[in-house]
Design a protein around this ligand. Structure first.
Ligand SMILES: NC(=O)c1ccc[n+]([C@@H]2O[C@H](COP(=O)([O-])OP(=O)(O)OC[C@H]3O[C@@H](n4cnc5c(N)ncnc54)[C@H](OP(=O)(O)O)[C@@H]3O)[C@@H](O)[C@H]2O)c1
Length: 250
């Protein structure tokens, strides 16, 4: 299918894991994709893979913990490389703090989580929304987490950052809908990717609490993101779509 034909998408954290899967799926749906992350070699690999399949992709190296100037540079370079305004922004990158007791969270961890998981998506969205509005609308998809809804032991810092992102989704949806910009959240449950294979036993154990008893795949989350980015979701604003085997339903 070509549900995103003619559109440009920027996917943060698309050098690996879920973001990579989303970028690849979007390219298969006809979007011009801008891949971004910290690692230029991984970025080149993702871009080469997309191009080998006949898609269009570019890479911008950017550190989302480096503040507003870096985030705005990413927005500008992504737009220039795409050759058109970014129509779809997926705020996927996150600083995944290893689980730990809250009494052991360091100030550095707190600052970095706020910087990468909240401040960067905020500034990046603010930088790209004017272009979307000027060109008739767009779609912002924030990758949240069931950990931003449920209280989960040893992940309070990460969970709080995801809860903030869920809140931004609802506020931005209310604020931007009249200008044609749709904002939604996709909230994965435990998801095995090529970069977290070492966590497979832990994720499979967590997934035993899901009604369907399964971990999710990168493709499961990518399919939800594509749907929300597509015209099929043109009347959908401000939702949190769990991709979690039913975990949030119980
Ligand atoms: N996997 C799960 O079970 C799960 C469950 C719920 C929600 N999620 C959410 O899904 C999203 C993707 O997670 P994942 O499992 O795919 O993790 P991942 O493979 O570690 O991907 C994280 C991505 O974020 C990028 N990133 C991290 N810090 C960055 C920084 N300072 N500047 C720029 N990019 C940075 C990484 O770039 P580099 O590779 O270049 O370092 C990487 O591409 C996250 O928002 C996560 O919270 C995942």
């Amino acid at each position: 299918m070509n549900r995103l034909e003619g559109r440009a998408a920027l996917v943060t954290g698309s050098t690996s894991g879920i973001g990579r899967g989303v970028a690849e799926a979007m390219a298969r749906e006809g979007a011009i994709v801008v891949v971004t992350g910290l690692g230029p070699e991984q970025g080149a690999q993702v871009v080469d893979g997309i191009v080998a399949e006949g898609g269009i992709a570019h890479f911008v190296e950017a550190d989302l913990s480096a503040g507003g100037t870096e985030v705005r540079r990413l927005a500008q370079e992504a737009t220039a490389l795409a050759g058109r305004p970014i129509d779809i922004l997926v705020n996927n990158a996150a600083f995944l703090v290893p689980p730990h007791p809250m009494t052991e969270s360091t100030e550095e961890q707190i600052d970095k989580v706020l910087e990468v998981n909240i401040k960067a998506p905020f500034l990046l969205t603010a930088a790209l929304v004017p272009g979307m509005v000027e060109h008739g609308g767009g779609s912002v998809i924030n990758i949240g987490s069931i950990g931003g809804v449920d209280g989960i032991t040893f992940t309070s810092l990460y969970g709080a950052s995801k809860a903030a992102l869920h809140s931004l989704t609802r506020s931005w949806a209310a604020e931007l809908a009249a200008d044609g910009v749709r904002v939604n959240t996709v909230a994965p449950g435990p998801t095995i990717t090529e970069s977290n294979e070492d966590l497979r036993p832990l994720l499979e154990k967590l997934a035993q609490n899901n009604p369907d008893r399964h971990t999710g795949s990168v493709q499961d989350t990518a399919a939800a993101v594509i749907f929300l980015a597509s015209n099929e979701a043109s009347h959908i604003h401000g939702v949190l779509l769990p991709v979690d085997g039913g975990a949030l339903a119980i």
